[in-house]
Every structure is written in C-alpha cells, then in structure tokens.
Design a protein around this ligand. Structure first.
Ligand code: NAD
Length: 360
C-alpha cells in the first residue's frame, strides 16, 4: 500500500543513553535518515535525553519530559544505559519504559550474517521472545517497593513474579511470530525446581500452543537449553522465555550467531515499541569509535517493520528490509567490519557504509 505522508510525519523519540549509546545512536540516525530519503518515509526525530547526561542536566536519568516525548511519539530509538553506575534510587530507563509503556514482549533475533562463520558451525536463524515486565527483575515485581530485600545483614531475598496474564501474552506473541516463520516454538523453563512459578508459565504456554496446532511445540529446561544452543543453535526457530532466562539466552544466541554487537531487538506492546540493542553500554570501549552499531541499526529496522505492520504501510516494511539488506552487504565484506568482528572500521564509518548501501 502506498501511503500519503505529506502531512503526517512519523515521530521517533531518540534516547541516546550512556557509554557507547551516543556513538551507536548517531550511526543509527545516519542510516534512518538515508532510509527516510530512499523510501520517502517522512521521519521526524525528537531528542529525549536519558541516562547520566540527563541526570547532570535535568536531575533525573529519565526526566518526565523525555518520558512524555517518548510516550507521545510513534516509536522510540534508545541507546544502551549504564545502570550499574547509577546512584541508588535513580530511574532505570529500560525498566521505566518497559513497564510504563507496557512493552511486554522483547523480541531478540539471532541470525548469521552472510560471510560470518557462526560459532556453532551451522547458520543460525532464531528469535528469542522474552517476557519483559515481570520475572526476577527486582524493579518490576512490586507495585510499591522492590523485589529484593535484606531482612538481616546475612540474608538476602529476591522475589520472582510470574503471572497468568504476562505468561499468556508473551506466549501469544511467540506463536504469532512462529506462524510467520518456521512454525516451531520452544518454551524454556525450570519447572523441575520452580514448580509453581514456572509451572504457571508452562500451563499458559501449553494453553496457547493448543490454539496453534500448526506450530510444533516443545519444552526445554533452561540449563540444557544453554548447552543445546552451543551444540546446534540451527535447530531452533522461536524460543519463548521468562524475563531473566530470555535475557541470558539471547546474549548467548547473539554471540553464537556472530557477535553481541549484531544483536538487534525491539520491546513491543500493544500501542508502543522501542528499538534497543541487546547489549549494554560497553564502558570498556565507550568514546573510542570502536563499537559495532549493527545491533541498534537492526533494532531500528525492526521498529520500522513493527510500525509498517501496525499501519498497513508497505513503505515502512520495505525500508526495514532495505536496512537489513544493507547491513548484510556491509558485514559480508571483511574490510568493512568493525573491530569486534576483526575489521578496521570505526562506528561512524560503518554507519556511513550502511547508509550508502541502502537502496529503495
Ligand atoms: P555490555 O553488553 O555493555 O558489554 C559486554 C561486552 O560486549 C564488552 O566487552 C563490550 O565491549 C562488548 N560489546 C557490547 N556491545 C558492543 C558493541 N555494540 N560493539 C562491540 N562490542 C560490544 O555488558 P556489561 O559491560 O556487563 O554492562 C555495561 C553496562 O550496561 C552495565 O551498567 C549494565 O547494567 C548495562 N546494561 C544495559 C543494557 C541495556 O541498556 N539494554 C543491557 C545490558 C547491560
């Protein structure tokens, strides 16, 4: 469908984040601007500061104004954040956005790129569908207070929240995605020891599986799954998991497919979506023009696809596919790769190569 965008720009809020965030966000914006020109998207970008720079300038790691801007936008592009170095009580931007915008599904693909040898020997093309708003994350499990506590100096407790609603909607997301792919869902759990909480998660995934008889459904215990991915990640299609298991397995899967620097993801709900790389703020290489921006560029491509599907707008879907093709083309050339993949290019130069490779 051709869409007349002359009057209505697609507004993207841009949250650059900490560490390598500003560098990979700049490279991603260069690619999005090239996609805007090539596909006539009419994108408009609005800066919405977060992180340590926002704390210094505005007194908060997620200023209310930045959140409001993101909430009102059509989509959000967010760089990684260095929450480990935040002062006690500072807002965690990832958790803030995921819970308040109800971004319950964290979609994390791991796909071997042309010319890059996957670490398990066979080409990998899988997607981890991770629950994003509950689980073992202490800042997500309570209405008031925090899910971690210390009743005595020698006793620490963490609470893990699993709900029927959260488990059912993430399972729905996984099966819907599987229907567009190879029709195979693997649920990851630890119900052998977490009988009640992962028992509830499995009860919900099985109920959803029963509504999708065309999709092959299987279950794997988390520890075995970690080994199976290393042994042969090519056997998996869609993997659905609770929050922390999905977080851990997706870094593993991304590294197996080539590099954590390639790991794209979006956080999506019913009304909002946020593009965010899988990795963190990489303080060890921040400010050195060494980071691979593919992860955030790929995440932005996923955001365009999400917007295209919601709006029934083929131009956005084609722009998304165009960015993916450009990434493949650039990564296939060893002389155009970034340092994590053994190449000579810096973050900025890599972004420029991808932008130049974009074709409508
Ligand atoms: P990390 O993911 O930042 O880095 C792990 C390793 O991968 C490092 O060696 C780093 O240099 C490398 N790496 C990561 N991204 C890369 C890229 N694009 N290109 C090349 N190499 C890359 O994990 P960490 O060092 O454990 O965490 C740093 C901070 O990030 C912490 O404060 C952590 O809480 C935070 N974090 C944030 C997010 C997020 O914003 N979504 C996710 C994970 C961790």
């Amino acid at each position: 469908m051709t869409t007349d965008r002359s009057n209505s720009a697609i507004r993207l809020a841009v949250m650059a984040g900490d560490g390598i965030g500003p560098e990979i966000t700049a490279a991603t914006l260069a690619v999005l601007q090239a996609a805007d020109r090539a596909f006539g998207l009419n994108l408009a970008f609005e800066d919405a500061p977060i992180g340590l720079a926002a704390l210094r300038a505005h007194g908060s790691t997620v200023p209310d104004e930045s959140f409001a801007r993101a909430q009102a936008a059509d989509g959000v592009v967010m760089g990684p954040v260095d929450t480990a170095s935040y002062p006690e009580g500072a807002r965690n931007p990832s958790a803030w956005m995921r819970t308040r915008l109800e971004l319950f599904a964290n979609i994390r693909p791991a796909r071997s790129r042309l010319g890059l040898q996957p670490r398990c020997g066979k080409p990998v093309d899988l997607v981890i569908v991770r629950e994003n708003t509950e689980g073992f994350y202490a800042d997500r499990s309570m209405f008031v207070g925090n899910g971690e506590m210390m009743p005595t100096p020698d006793l620490a407790i963490a609470i893990r929240k699993i709900t029927r609603e959260g488990s059912t909607r993430i399972a729905e997301s996984a099966f819907r995605l599987a229907m567009q792919r190879r029709k195979h869902v693997t649920a990851v759990h630890k119900a052998n020891v977490l009988r009640i909480s992962d028992g509830l998660f499995l009860e919900c995934t099985r109920a959803v599986a029963a509504r999708y008889p065309q999709v092959k459904y299987e279950e794997r215990i988390m520890d075995a799954m970690a080994a199976l991915l290393v042994r042969d990640a090519s056997q998996f299609d869609v993997i659905v998991a609770t929050n922390m298991f999905g977080d851990i397995l997706s870094d593993e899967a991304a590294e197996i497919s080539g590099s954590l620097g390639l790991a794209a993801s979006i956080n999506a709900g019913t009304d909002h979506a946020l593009a965010q790389a899988q990795h963190g703020s990489a303080p060890d290489i921040a400010g050195k023009d060494l980071a691979n921006p593919s992860s955030l560029i790929g995440s932005a491509a996923m955001l365009l696809a999400w917007l295209g599907e919601r709006r029934g707008d083929d131009g956005l879907a084609r722009a998304s596919a165009g960015i993916e093709r450009a990434l493949d083309e650039v990564i296939a050339k060893p002389e155009w790769r970034t340092a994590d993949l053994g190449g000579p290019l810096g973050t900025k130069a890599f972004g420029e190569k991808v932008a130049a490779a974009l074709k409508a």
